[in-house]
Write a protein that binds this ligand. Structure first.
Ligand SMILES: Nc1nc2c(c(=O)[nH]1)N[C@H]1C(S)=C(S)[C@@H](COP(=O)(O)OP(=O)(O)OC[C@H]3O[C@@H](n4cnc5c(=O)[nH]c(N)nc54)[C@H](O)[C@@H]3O)O[C@H]1N2
Ligand SMILES: Nc1nc2c(c(=O)[nH]1)N[C@H]1C(S)=C(S)[C@@H](COP(=O)(O)OP(=O)(O)OC[C@H]3O[C@@H](n4cnc5c(=O)[nH]c(N)nc54)[C@H](O)[C@@H]3O)O[C@H]1N2
Ligand SMILES: [Mo]
Length: 810
């Protein structure tokens, strides 16, 4: 979240799109209820289904799955053509006035630089601003230049008229316009809207661009960095925010640093690329500190083995050639190139797209380790469970090890919430039986591996035998030790640059803030954004003072938020260029003549006078927010609608004559998966998968009370589809995709209606995901029997939310 849970109460309009927060985040949803009750906030829900969130909304609009870019592109067109944008904000704080390179182009659904044979944008160099001789981006403050971002964006989205939106999304024009008008009411400085989203946006082949389109709407309305605004990703597992913060994705490092790419063997080049020079006068480009963050991390990992002489052990880090995401892992297993797999707190057979493929993949492994408190579908993938897991056990040679772990309530430590708040929690009970904590298991695996490398050597044992392992009991590191390590400490006395005789931080002392990190090896910090969580004053994550001096929910003494205990990111943008809050009733910070103060920690240089003109988006070298994604995105600088890989239309209404632009042109799909995609004549219905409040994924079916409230697998179909296939509520239906089928009870509902898409009736089928063949509920089919193995082009998150099926009476 750019903002935080409590801050939702400050919103005037709440758009829930691509999520169902009343159901999946029922505790946090209370802040939506507060905003409705106390601010008369309007709640709008846009979802293919009339959800539990929709049932308490002021307005609901239906949408076809996978078409949110067309919808939001239409909103952008509405805001620009009706001049419903916050002028002061967009002119000063975004790249609207920046001039784009002459050779940047968009034709037939494809941007410049596309290589059709590789299905990727091989050359993204044209996706950039014109950079002048002074190193600064060229701008036209009048916004008249036809190559400025404002003009290009306006032309790009002019194609998304309300009629086009209706035809692609199935959202009736009148309903679409109500959503536009309600959002547009927040283009004034005294009103703010927030967007709450989750998987309904991320789990698509164009997921990352859906979020970007939402962020563009928020920027046009001047709603980023202000109280009650923001782009708010409501996250999943209790610590999934912590997972990305700590860099557990295959291409990232802690604190959103990035692993080097294959070929980036030169250390200085690696740093230079990630620590860009400012591209506007007097700009702070905060990533200029990248080297300090990186070197401190390497010191934390390898201590004295990381020194200036060996580039801080840069060669110890792998350089990556591809994303090693879970879809790729399954592909490698099938190809016989991955022989072992460790599933820690993960049930991939249930959770990953295309179960049939995944069974064949797991069956090729030599060994599989499952670290889990429960016996899961994954740990028993080799066992025959009749129609629910119809395998021949005798043909499967994979050796499976189950290591029983404790569960979160049997441990203590920190969890990071969607609000970026690191909250310390305490153990409720000891784990049962032979269970051991994840920490102990990992520590023992590591120390045993290290012993083997010490004894036998190997191709490159250095990174393993030299790893720092400073814990009092090497077989059982404590959460306190780890938290202190992530925060970091001084390795030498840190002195005042103006007076070297003055020691500011003594060697061995915990650091207070990431501003103290150095690039010369004198500091260590395992994750720079967590620096400040365990200071010389102690554990900041355990703080429980909920006082809220300004009454807008800024409880700065409740636990600790990264970065720097800041609760609302980009909060400099909540003030006008002179440093005065756009809305005094919701002030986060203000310039008081000498410094920035207020109810939040300034996301800016604390004593920087506004008249110097530094931009508020200090993580971008140009100091402003980007409508034009000049780097980073896989499929282009402006989001464009592409159809889901399994489309009920078979073509892209925006580009009907270019088959290369039917689906995301930059998405990766393996040949066999592509050949196996379903087509609409055989699989005429559009399906989506989702959660229910009563279950948490695949594990609460092991708990008796949850099993009682939702005992049996069902699918939701509309009354019209039920009539078409000849079933009534309670009948069993067979739902098939090109990859397999499930059989479940039909819930026939008014909550899902057919949509008219390009003149054709399209039915939506809703498939809750919680059932399987282990646990106390009635055995059921894994929903991922049906889903395709294709992912978002940037993140490889599978397209769980939009695929084709056929519904029949069972
Ligand atoms: N009770 C409970 N709570 C949970 C979980 C759980 O299993 N049980 N899981 C947790 C986890 S890990 C996560 S990640 C979060 C997920 O939180 P959510 O994303 O809110 O949950 P989902 O139910 O997967 O999907 C949300 C909604 O997206 C809609 N949708 C599908 N396709 C589209 C589309 O193309 N456009 C739009 N606009 N909407 C679409 C679906 O109809 C559904 O209502 O929930 C967390 N909370
Ligand atoms: N079709 C479809 N598929 C989906 C989704 C969807 O919307 N549609 N959503 C996706 C999403 S967002 C998610 S997050 C995944 C969820 O997929 P998973 O994360 O694989 O699902 P969970 O059932 O939450 O599995 C977590 C496992 O962790 C175990 N566990 C609990 N506590 C601990 C612990 O402290 N230590 C260890 N080692 N184990 C523990 C639990 O017993 C459980 O078996 O599913 C994904 N798959
Ligand atoms: Mo999730």
């Amino acid at each position: 979240m750019t903002n935080h849970w409590v801050d939702i109460k400050n919103a005037d309009v709440i758009l829930v799109m691509g999520g169902n927060s009343a159901e999946a985040h029922p505790c946090g949803f209370k802040w939506v209820v507060e905003a409705k009750a106390h601010r008369k906030a309007k709640l709008i829900v846009v979802d293919p289904r009339f959800t539990r969130t929709a049932s308490v909304a002021d307005f609901y609009a239906p949408i076809r799955t996978g078409t949110d870019i067309a919808f939001l592109g239409g909103v952008i067109h509405y805001l620009l053509s009706n001049d419903k944008i916050q002028h002061d904000y967009v002119r000063n704080y975004t790249d609207m006035s920046f001039i784009v390179r002459e050779d940047f182009a968009f034709n037939d659904g494809l941007y410049s630089g596309y290589d059709g044979s590789k299905h990727t944008y091989a050359d993204k160099s044209t996706w950039n601003y014109e950079i002048g001789d002074d190193g600064y981006a060229k701008v036209d403050p009048t916004l008249q230049d036809p190559r400025c971002v404002y003009q290009l964006m306006k032309a790009h989205y002019a194609r998304y008229t309300p009629e086009v939106v209706e035809s692609i999304c199935g959202t009736p024009k009148e309903k679409f316009l109500v959503v536009c008008e309600t959002l547009a009411s927040c283009s004034t400085p005294d009103r703010a809207s927030t967007i709450l989203y989750a998987l309904g946006w991320t789990q698509h082949s164009v997921g990352a661009q859906m979020l970007r389109t939402g962020a563009m709407v928020q920027l046009l309305l001047g709603n980023i960095g202000v109280a009650g605004g923001g782009m708010n990703a409501l996250r999943g597992h209790s610590n999934i925010q912590g997972l990305t913060d700590l860099g557990l994705l295959s291409n990232s490092l802690p604190g959103y640093m990035s692993l080097a790419l294959d070929g980036e063997q030169d250390f200085d080049g690696y740093i230079k690329k990630r620590a860009p020079q400012p591209q506007r006068p007097n700009q702070l480009s905060y990533w200029k500190n990248y080297k300090a963050f990186f070197v401190s991390m390497m010191k934390s990992w390898w201590g004295d083995h990381a020194s200036a002489d060996n580039n801080w052990a840069y060669d110890y880090l792998p350089k990556y050639d591809k994303l090693y995401d879970v879809l790729y892992a399954m592909e490698l297993m099938l190809e016989g190139k991955m022989n072992g797999y460790l599933a820690q707190g993960f049930n991939p057979l249930a959770a990953v797209a295309n179960k049939g493929k995944n069974i064949r993949a797991l069956a090729k492994l030599k060994w599989l380790v499952v670290m889990d408190p429960l016996a899961t579908e994954t740990s028993e993938f080799w066992k025959n469970y009749g129609e629910y897991n119809d395998v021949r056990s005798a043909d499967i040679q994979t050796e499976v090890f189950r290591l029983p772990t404790t569960c979160f309530a049997e441990e203590f430590g920190s969890l990071v919430s969607s609000s970026r708040v690191l909250q310390w929690h305490w153990q409720g009970a000891d784990g049962p039986g032979e269970s051991r904590s994840d920490l102990e298991i990992m520590a023992e695996i590591f120390t045993r591996m290290r012993t083997l490398y010490q004894k036998d050597g190997g191709a490159y044992p250095d990174p393993i035998v030299n790893l720092t392992w400073p814990y009092a009991n090497p077989l059982s590191p404590t959460p306190e030790e780890l938290a202190m390590e992530y925060n970091g400490k001084a390795l030498e006395d840190l002195t005042d640059p103006k007076d070297p005789s003055k020691v500011l931080v003594k060697a061995g002392t915990q650091l207070s803030a990431f501003a103290q990190l150095k690039d010369d090896g004198s500091t260590a910090s395992g994750c720079w954004i967590f620096c400040g969580a365990w200071t010389p004053e102690g554990n900041q994550m355990g703080r429980r003072d909920n006082s809220d001096p300004t009454g807008i929910g800024q409880t700065l003494n409740w636990a600790w938020a990264w970065p720097a205990n800041r609760r609302v990111l980009y909060n400099r943008a909540s003030c006008d260029p002179s440093g005065k809050p756009f809305d005094a009733r919701r002030a986060l910070i203000a310039w008081n003549g000498k410094g920035w103060t207020g109810s939040d920690i300034p996301d800016y240089k604390a004593d920087e006078p506004p008249e110097n003109g530094m931009g508020p988006f200090i993580m971008n070298a140009e100091g402003v927010a980007r409508f034009f994604a000049r780097d980073g995105m896989a499929e282009g600088p402006f989001p464009e609608h592409y159809e889901p890989f399994e489309t009920p239309l078979g073509y892209n209404p925006m580009h009907p004559h270019n088959p290369l632009a039917t689906n995301n042109p930059a998405a990766r799909i393996f040949p066999a998966d592509k050949a196996g995609l379903g087509k609409s004549p055989d699989y005429p219905h559009t399906a989506t998968t989702y959660r229910l409040t009563e279950h948490f994924h695949y594990w609460t079916k092991h708990a008796r009370l949850n099993a009682i409230v939702q005992p049996e697998q069902f699918v939701e179909i509309g009354e019209d589809l039920a009539r078409e296939v000849g079933v009534v509520a309670g009948d069993r239906v067979k739902v098939s995709s090109s990859r397999g089928h499930i059989v479940a009870v039909a819930v026939v509902t008014k909550r899902i209606k057919p949509l008219m898409i390009e003149g054709k009736k399209v039915q939506t089928v809703g498939i809750p995901l919680h059932w399987g063949f282990k646990g106390l509920t009635r055995p059921g089919y894994l929903a991922n029997t049906l889903t395709p193995a294709v992912g978002d082009a940037n993140t490889q998150t599978p397209e769980f939310k939009s695929f084709l099926v056929k519904v029949e009476k069972a």
